[in-house]
Design a protein around this ligand. Structure first.
Ligand code: BG6
Ligand code: MG
Length: 222
């Protein structure tokens, strides 16, 4: 029987390391209002973990086929422009509770760390919150072809870390991300809005008080 030994933890970014929900909402809402499409916080929640173009299709709903590919590209760029401006408000104080402490513990225990995010703004967000150099590797929406729930982002992150996905924990706040982590073969740990999702290996409301020893415990009991 395989002895499970935790080699690495791969963190989703948005909603795990920092909360960007409200900025995404404000930017998408502007597009929705302009296009005359109803859009509220609940609709925004459905976009969690989903890539930018896929999010636009979800926002447009049944009307998505009325738009040309060029127009959709323009709308996505317009949204991103508003979103990037809003991201300027981010500071290290926006790092979610428990993240800094957990990263320090994992480092001390020799467990490698990565970011695995669908966002093409990953580098900028990490820079804004002062965590640009805090992970062994970063894989973002710029490095992948298929967005979560496809496992590509997590398979690539494990590969860049030099470990097998099955020797990793994936920390996620989106159901699509938990599905991606499971499909990669990793152990999945749900926080925030994914907490309670039946396909997650373990879950917590957030990373507050989370230790490296607890992560290893989850993993060995898989
Ligand atoms: C994910 C977010 O991390 O990144 C999604 O949860 C977002 O809401 C996706 O749509 C893509 O983000 P970006 O920054 O490339 O538009
Ligand atoms: Mg997320």
């Amino acid at each position: 029987m395989k002895q499970w030994e935790l080699r690495a933890v791969i963190f989703d970014l948005d909603g795990v390391i920092v909360s960007t929900d409200v900025y995404h909402f404000r930017a998408w809402k502007q597009i929705a209002d302009q296009e005359g499409i109803p859009f509220d916080r609940k609709d925004n929640d459905k976009l969690r973990g989903v890539g930018r173009m896929e999010s636009l299709d979800l926002l447009l709903g049944e009307r998505k086929n009325l738009y040309t590919a060029e127009r959709k590209q323009e709308l996505a760029e317009q949204k991103n422009c508003v979103y990037r401006k809003l991201l300027q408000e981010l500071t290290p104080q926006d790092i979610l509770p428990g993240v800094i402490e957990l990263l320090a513990e994992l480092k001390k225990d020799g467990i490698r760390t990565a970011i695995g995010s669908s966002s093409k703004n990953t580098e900028y967000i990490l820079l804004r919150i002062g965590l640009k150099d805090s992970f062994d590797t970063v894989v973002s929406g710029n490095d992948i072809k298929r967005s979560k729930p496809d496992p590509e982002v997590y398979i690539l992150a494990a590969k860049k870390l030099g470990v097998l996905p099955e020797d990793c924990i994936v920390v996620e706040d989106a159901k699509a991300g938990i599905d991606a982590g499971n499909a990669a073969g990793a152990f999945t740990f749900a926080v925030g809005s994914a907490c309670g999702y039946s396909r997650a290996g373990a879950c917590r409301a957030d990373l507050r008080g989370m230790t490296s020893a607890q992560m290893k415990d989850f993993f060995s009991c898989r």
